[in-house]
Write a protein that binds this ligand. Structure first.
Ligand code: FAD
Length: 449
């Protein structure tokens, strides 16, 4: 039977008491027997009701950012505690499996003010995931009976949050946040800057705060910071997260007629979708008042015509292709320019290759965030008893890199299973989540010796 944490219990009680937020929770109880437990039914009801979800999000943020709560967690430090750096998918999975295995709740340290990792970069939905929304337990991309966005151990799954073919970042973030609320202690605004030996464990340095002791560290820093963020001015030249935060605000495309997107990966595709009106609907935006007329997409290796796009690009992004041909009045909104580019910020505009744009979005990949004492050279592959590499282990410290941050190469088995067919699969949840779950299930308890 699922036993809710004190935070989840309080959250459900608060939502039930608020008339405007409790409708989904009440509606779902008519079919309580379809869910593994009454609590999971209620959580699903909260998640499916936009008002319920917004209120629940507010409760979580208020609880996690409470200064007294932060002080208590920091002062209750011990050299046997497990600390996770980062609060994304892999933090949630690790914490869930550890607690379900009978170990204490790990402490999660998140540098951002919003908990939930990459998908929580905005509270409002701003991009669709590229992995299909399917019910079921975890599995590989080609397995139609498996869920690709599965969080082992989570109270509710992303597939319980939406019936869309592709869920939004906000759906995934909500599932992650609920898992953390159930299975972890969480501190936002805690930027880890160093990890040093402090026998038998480690000492964790946090920017602007006292250091913490831990017996084991799970380094779940994710895909890292945007490349080229030094070029962005946050106004006319934006990184992908900055652009998405803009899309989450009111009137994000006001005065924006010409946009350049630089980079052709998944972030670039999501940015182009936002400009063309085929991403999630922004809070306040309408084509009648703000329309982007022209998107120039500086991207090497992408098809430049509608026909080639439809042949070469996978289903999730098919809709972009039709903007690569003129409409019947001869207007074409999207052009792929197959070259790299570097923008210059001018007052009120971004300049790329001699062309002026109202907004330039940089989608040129990510680089590792820096933590003293944890450089990549000091980590080796860590394998479970079946010979599968599931994480990287520090050569002297009790520290494990998990998720995409572990940068595990594709194994022969993964190549045979077709995981290597799509480059983005390397960091996909369906590939990395089971590895983190296996690590959490098999690591021994932390001891003082
Ligand atoms: C735009 C985009 C779209 C994607 N879409 C998909 C998709 O559709 N399907 C899919 O399977 N995968 C997708 N991915 C990949 C997926 O997001 C990642 O693999 C997954 O989120 C990684 O989870 P994580 O927990 O390892 O890290 P993240 O979710 O990246 O979380 C890491 C957290 O660590 C925090 N952090 C970093 N440094 C520190 C520090 N020093 N101290 C404290 N905290 C720190 C960060 O602030 C962040 O919140 C996408 C990635 C991107 C960038």
């Amino acid at each position: 039977m699922f036993e809710p944490s004190a935070l989840i219990t309080n959250l459900l009680a608060a939502v039930a008491l608020k008339d405007s937020a409790g409708a989904g929770m009440r509606a779902v109880m008519q079919r309580e027997q379809d869910f593994p437990s009454p609590t999971q039914a209620r959580l699903t009801g909260v998640a499916l009701d936009p008002n319920g979800r917004a209120y629940a999000d507010e409760i979580l943020d208020t609880y996690w950012s409470d200064e007294r709560h932060r002080r208590e967690l920091f002062s209750s430090g011990s050299s046997t505690r497990e600390v996770i750096i980062g609060s994304g998918v892999h933090a949630a999975i690790y914490a869930a499996i550890r607690v379900l295995r009978g170990y204490p709740k790990p402490l999660v340290l998140e540098r951002a003010d919003r908990v939930g990792g990459n998908f929580a970069m905005t509270g409002w939905p701003t991009f669709f995931l590229n992995s299909r929304n399917r019910a079921g337990a975890g599995g590989l991309a080609g397995d139609l009976g498996a869920s690709l966005n599965y969080l082992p151990g989570a109270p509710i799954q992303a597939a319980d949050l939406s019936m869309r073919e592709y869920i939004t970042n906000a759906d995934m973030a909500f599932a992650v946040r609920l898992a953390l609320a159930q299975y972890a202690d969480v501190v936002p605004n805690a930027n880890v800057v160093s990890v040093n030996p402090d026998s038998p464990g480690v000492e964790i340095g946090i920017e602007g705060d006292a250091s913490l002791l831990a017996g084991r560290v799970l380094d779940a820093r994710g895909v890292g910071d945007p490349n080229d963020q030094d070029v962005a001015d946050g106004v006319t030249i934006l990184t992908f997260p900055q652009f998405m935060r803009r899309m989450a605000g009111a009137w994000p495309l006001r005065g924006v007629r010409r946009v350049a997107v630089i980079g052709g990966g998944d972030s670039g595709k999501c940015a182009v979708e936002s400009c063309l009106g085929i991403g999630p609907q922004p809070f306040m935006a309408a084509i009648g008042v703000d329309q982007v007329d022209r998107v120039d997409w500086y991207a090497v290796g992408l098809p430049t015509t509608c026909e080639r796009w439809q042949e070469d690009i996978r289903g999730r992004y098919q809709a972009i292709g039709r903007y690569l041909r003129p409409d019947r009045f001869g207007a074409r909104r999207l052009t792929v320019l197959p070259r790299t580019a570097r923008p210059v910020a001018l007052p009120g505009a971004g300049l790329v290759d001699g062309r002026m744009y109202d907004v330039v979005v940089l989608c040129t990949g990510n680089r590792e965030t820096i933590i003293d004492g944890l450089t990549v050279a000091t980590f080796e592959e860590y394998t479970t008893a079946d010979g599968a590499a599931v994480a990287r282990e520090h050569d002297t410290l009790p520290v494990f890199r998990v998720g995409p941050h572990a940068r595990l190469p594709l194994s022969t088995r993964e190549r045979t299973d077709g995981v290597a067919a799509i480059a983005a699969n390397e960091v996909s949840i369906f590939r990395t989540a089971p590895k983190t779950a296996a690590l959490a299930a098999t690591l021994p308890p932390v001891t003082r010796d």
